[in-house]
Design a protein around this ligand. Sequence first.
Ligand SMILES: Cc1cc2nc3c(=O)[nH]c(=O)nc-3n(C[C@H](O)[C@H](O)[C@H](O)COP(=O)(O)OP(=O)(O)OC[C@H]3O[C@@H](n4cnc5c(N)ncnc54)[C@H](O)[C@@H]3O)c2cc1C
Length: 527
Amino acid sequence: MASSSVDADVLVVGAGPTGLMLANQLVRRGVRSLIIDRHQGPARETRALGVQARTLEIYSHLGIVEQALELGKRGVAANLWAYGRRAARVPVADIGRDTSPYPYLLILGQDENERLLGDLLRTQGMSVQWNTELVGLAQQQDRVVAAVRNPNGTTRELAAAWVGGCDGARSTVRELSGIEFQGAPYQHVFFVADTEMTGPMVPDELNIYMWPDGFHLFFPMRGVDHWRIVGILPPALRGRDDVTLDDVAPSMRQEAGAGLSFKRCSWFSTYRIHHRRAERFRDRRCFLLGDAAHIHSPVGAQGMNTGLQDSYNLAWKLALVASGRADSTLLDSYEIERIPVARQLLSTTDRLFSAAVSDTTFAGFFRTRLFPRLAALAMRIEKIRKLAFRTISQTGIHYRESPLSETLPGVPDAGPRAGDRFPWLRLTLSPNGPVEDLFQKLDDTRFTLILVGQPAPAEAVPGLGPLLCTLVIPDDEVSRRELARVHVPRPAFYLLRPDGHVGLCGTRLDVAAVTRYVSERLTAGRA
Ligand SMILES: Cc1cc2nc3c(=O)[nH]c(=O)nc-3n(C[C@H](O)[C@H](O)[C@H](O)COP(=O)(O)OP(=O)(O)OC[C@H]3O[C@@H](n4cnc5c(N)ncnc54)[C@H](O)[C@@H]3O)c2cc1C
């Protein structure tokens, strides 16, 4: 256990989606935590809109997925418009049918996500300390002493064994840790508007209006005629900070058609986007997560989801270390695993965004004439559809290069390997039992040893104790077919980490290999 003389094992700075996820994951793992935020209360703006399948899988473990599904709208199709005409309709409902129990993009505003996570935190007995700002950090050998400004303006000191810097793009944790935020702003300025409106848009579906110099996205929101619009501010309006919907309406009508009729605008904001990444995600006892670690264009609805998954990656590791079950070197794997994800995300979103806003004649022609048809054609091809879903939904993220990943000889390349998120399967999990959802059987606060074509070991695997559960897949027709579909060999074993990624895998179970893995990768050096 971390020293009882600290105020918390983990101090979470920032109660946006990333901080709320981190705090929830820590508290359900029994980690003494505190969460502070300098704002007066939860943000009211929608901001991010797309909740990806991988996030919904995590919400399912948290018990909030049903609420999220009820509140949101499932992405059914994207309609691509050019010059006032619908050029293509790309169906995306159930696009990831065999990959995830949530095979779609859920449209649900960031404010609703934050509310669900905040409510859950309260039911777990923890509340955000609002109006409380981090203003100083001093790292000592066994703790971090944080200076925080209280709601009444006084300053106090809080000692924590670890600090989770979830404090957004202008992160104080990052600045006080002297970590560079490398990158640059784009010249384009975005606007976002929450509106009640009518027009030629296909109801309940995403409508994308492409024009030679850019695009407008219309997201259907819950309620009648409720649309969230994202677009690029016309260059003439860029320098102004008093822009309203009325200022951008003419350009929208010009591109999307004169039939647009606005009844109400509940939120309008402009923002300049940047592409930046923190040079490191850790300085000794302080970690950076979410926008504090990486920001990029909103293309692909990845920002909020990536922050949520940073938290999911770090939380189980912090919990093992804070409870004294693992050595602190386990925490090194956080940035080793998450920096490549951020690097890839920045380069992909940068390429897509640059293509989407390029004002060359060819780019304009491509965007308005070729892209809609190509996209519709490509999405008819099963392989491309699968690849697109795995990439956008974040279910394809893997940590194969991580020091926590070890694939023993004999595991086929085509099947799951160490570092991969173990695939979603529907199996019979008891002899002659019903077909069940494997993910419902995984306890994400523990490790799971999945055994295929072999019985459970006679002796317990030393090292993990009650943190390990074992799942033997019965040998029947349904399971065989399902395992063959994802190229799981027979026999096989997979040791899953709490976050559902494979740590160690092989064919015939070798208890000595599992014991060695646990002692070298998880508990090495533990006092
Ligand atoms: C106008 C706008 C529109 C956006 N639209 C999209 C979109 O369509 N799609 C998308 O994917 N992303 C979008 N984003 C980005 C998305 O909102 C972020 O990726 C997401 O909010 C990141 O969550 P976070 O928790 O990491 O950081 P944040 O949500 O920024 O939360 C950080 C929190 O830390 C707190 N904080 C900061 N400093 C301190 C301190 N010193 N002490 C205590 N607390 C502190 C802040 O008050 C804040 O509550 C948009 C952003 C903006 C501004």
